[in-house]
Design a protein around this ligand. Structure first.
Ligand SMILES: Cc1ncc(COP(=O)(O)O)c(C=O)c1O
Length: 400
């Protein structure tokens, strides 16, 4: 008797990245010298999880009754206000039109976007290189994923490919939802420049005149970008009221507490009635999935975002981590370009992808040398977030 429904019979048993990470850790434990560039979290140069001490302290200081009680379904109001102020503070126009719901990390925000901005069977559109769980999230919600070629022959973001793909999607669907992960795109490391955003916005506005088009900005890595998020927000302001504008916000990386599962889906909708409908739809989705989020986590993050002394302490501690990461990126860029490795413009962030035709084969060869990277199909994802600066030469040498 097969009790599990047909579509769930052959689900993969293990996330491939977690499996590689486990193997790397086992070999290291057995005394081998391993470079593990598979981890999606920021590690210090000694290989330990980098944690903002002030985040950890604020979490410890949350009273036990705050952990124990249920949170409001859509999230604690003070947490949601703090997120909106933090994220959209530089853009009064976007801030005035925003509503939000708490989600377990940015992942939950992506989940709510798929469920509320696409019909079952429709496809999310994203870049040809993308974070694997985009597909899992779409599939789990009975939606599909379609991609457009991320880079043109000049190595820059391929706005024309986006234009073509969006036109194609809208031939078959009555609406479109586009996921764009920026800055510090996972897995390529690419960050769009303001001029590139301007072109993207033009394309979205043009298609948005024909059918409902919504863009979700996945800003999970924004705290580690080469430039401030305000430049991007300034560029996307013209979308307001014409193209649906969503942001997936996450505390995982910004506050180095990945397991706390604190995030939010932010929606910018200038029409008051539509905004109230959106808030109701999101609240309903929360109730119908995880019910409500981590109450103690929201309490701690709200405090970190609003208490001036704690905010400043976090900013200073994070700046040190960002500098550590930047030193690895600089070392990688210097060595990799000298070696002629092909990879996109990489100005910061957790990951970079080195283009490689036979990624699986190359990743297996690297594993034999004790170097763990993630084959993505069209390249090798290198998590510099988990590689000590001193190991970058060995890594680049093996990649060449
Ligand atoms: C591109 C991207 N988006 C969103 C997330 C969401 O992470 P979380 O659910 O921990 O906030 C991640 C995490 O690795 C990511 O890489």
């Amino acid at each position: 008797m097969r009790h599990l429904i047909e579509s769930r019979q052959d689900r993969p048993t293990d996330d491939p990245i977690f499996a590689l990470n486990r193997e790397a850790n086992e070999r290291r434990k057995n005394g081998e010298s391993i470079v593990n560039a598979t981890v999606g979290a920021l590690l210090d140069d000694a290989g330990k999880l980098a944690i903002l001490p002030t985040s950890a302290r604020a979490i410890r200081e949350v009273p036990e009754e705050a952990w124990a009680g249920y949170a409001p379904i859509a999230g604690s109001p003070d947490f949601l206000k703090a997120v909106l102020d933090d994220l959209l503070g530089s853009s009064p126009k976007l801030r005035a039109s925003a509503t939000a719901a708490a989600t377990p990390g940015g992942s939950g925000a992506l989940r709510h976007a798929i469920a509320n901005w696409l019909q079952p069977g429709q496809a999310v559109l994203t870049t040809s290189f993308y974070w694997g769980p985009y597909l899992t999230l779409a599939d789990e919600a009975d939606r599909k994923l379609q991609t457009f070629s991320m880079f043109g022959s000049d190595g820059q973001f391929d706005v024309e490919a986006l234009d073509r793909a969006l036109g194609e999607v809208l031939l078959h669907q009555d609406r479109a939802l586009i996921f764009l992960n920026d800055p510090c795109h996972n897995p390529t490391g690419y960050s769009l420049r303001p001029a590139e955003w301007r072109e993207v916005v033009k394309v979205l506005l043009r298609h948005g005149e024909t059918k409902p088009v919504t863009v979700l900005l996945d800003v999970a890595y924004s705290a580690y970008g080469a430039t401030d998020l305000s430049a991007m927000l300034h560029e996307v302001e013209p979308l307001l009221g014409k193209v649906g504008l969503l942001l997936a916000w996450s505390a995982s990386k910004q506050f180095t507490h990945y397991g706390l599962r604190v995030g939010a889906l932010v929606v910018c909708e200038p029409d008051e009635v539509a905004r109230a409908r959106t808030a109701a739809a999101l609240s309903y989705s929360c109730r119908g999935t995880w019910s409500n989020c981590n109450a103690g986590g929201m309490r701690a993050i709200a405090r970190l975002l609003t208490d001036p002394a704690l905010k400043q302490a976090c900013d200073e501690e994070r700046a040190k981590l960002a500098a550590m990461l930047r030193a690895r990126v600089a070392a990688f860029n210097a060595l990799a370009s000298a070696k002629g490795l092909k990879y996109p413009r990489y100005e910061g962030g957790f990951f970079v992808t080195v283009f490689c035709a036979e990624a699986q084969k190359k990743a297996a060869e690297l594993r034999d040398k004790g170097i763990y990277v993630v084959p993505t199909g069209k390249g090798l994802r290198i998590g510099l977030c988990s590689v000590a600066e001193a190991d970058v030469p060995r890594l680049v040498d093996a990649l060449g």
